[in-house]
Design a protein around this ligand. Structure first.
Ligand code: NAD
Length: 296
């Protein structure tokens, strides 16, 4: 069992830290939100008073933060992880962030003698709670092997994607597919409504046909067919539309810098911008059904 610092205890980080504590690791947790910190304490972690305290003397530090700016600040800022971490500690950033920040923070960590892996996840809040996340990991192979036992207590699969930044690249590609497929599913339900085809009937057919996809069968954007889906809770997140828009913008930025065409990604980003600008950013991303499904 490892001595672990965990920073960022939100929708994802909270249950991930709880799973580490439940597996028997000593978890020292920190979040700027007192409510998140209290929940982590209730789940078996020790509450730290600062980032530096959470990181001090730990063998492993895990971060689960909103975006690149938060990750850079938490590691490199005054009183950040670098200011207090033990020599040779392993850093694992599970946030979804831009590839450039992931590489630059990992480079700065390497200068201090610390391996830092980018290890974003797929599986959502349900996967975080159940300990069934998939980790896509960028960094040196020996650091990935060191991380495996810790990641294994939070997930079901750990895939070494390549060198630093490769995990983030895989993640934004995944979320590009997810956004486009979610919009396609919403469009289809809207069209079925207008043509008089029952939603449940469409679900039953497509879930056994070539249109089958995770957005339909695990996260159905209309209430009814998939009980655990946010559509049955008035689109309470889950994974917010704002976070999806962030990832689509990351994908657009990465596509532009690589000279890759991403026309459907651009369209998805535009649609999520409209949805968020209309005041729906805090809804689950499947809530875009309210805009797309009614508009077709
Ligand atoms: P969240 O907003 O619920 O949690 C982020 C947490 O970070 C918050 O509790 C916040 O208080 C904390 N935080 C921010 N700045 C901090 C700082 N300086 N020090 C300490 N704590 C700080 O977000 P989330 O849904 O848990 O997502 C976290 C990351 O995981 C994001 O990058 C997101 O894209 C990614 N992700 C989310 C999901 C999902 O379904 N929610 C799925 C896969 C990946």
């Amino acid at each position: 069992m490892a001595d672990i610092g965990f920073i960022g205890l939100g929708n994802m980080g909270g249950p991930m830290a709880a799973n580490l504590a439940a597996a028997g690791h000593a978890v020292s947790a920190f979040d700027i939100s007192q409510a998140a910190l209290d929940a982590a304490r209730d789940a078996g972690a020790a509450a730290a008073g600062s980032i530096a305290e959470a990181a001090r003397g730990r063998e492993v530090v895990v971060t689960m933060l909103p975006a690149g700016a938060h990750v850079a600040e938490v590691y490199r800022g005054d009183g950040g992880v670098f200011s207090s971490a033990a020599p040779g500690a392993l850093f694992i950033d599970c946030s979804t962030i831009d590839v450039d920040t992931a590489r630059s923070v990992a480079g700065a960590a390497a200068d201090g003698g610390w391996p830092l892996l980018d290890a974003p996840v797929s599986g959502g809040v349900a996967g975080a709670a159940a300990g069934t996340l998939t980790f896509m990991v960028g960094g040196e192979a020996d650091a990935v092997e060191r991380a495996r036992p810790v990641l294994g207590d939070m997930g079901k699969a750990v895939v070494h994607a390549g060198s630093s930044g490769a995990g983030q690249t895989a993640k934004i590609c995944n979320n590009l597919i997810l956004a486009v497929s979610m919009i396609g599913v919403c469009e289809a339900f809207g069209m079925a409504d207008r043509l008089g085809l029952e939603r449940q009937t469409l679900f039953d057919i497509v879930s056994k046909a070539t249109g089958q996809c995770w957005a339909l069968t695990s996260y159905c954007p209309v209430p009814g067919p998939v009980e655990a889906a946010p559509s049955n809770r008035d689109y309470a997140p889950g994974f917010t539309a704002e976070m999806m828009l962030k990832d689509l913008r990351l994908a657009q930025g990465a596509a532009a810098s690589a000279g890759a065409a991403s026309p459907l990604g651009a369209e998805a980003a535009a649609l999520y911008t409209l949805f968020c600008n209309a005041g729906n950013g805090a809804d689950d991303f499947s809530g875009i059904m309210k805009m797309i499904g009614q508009g077709t």
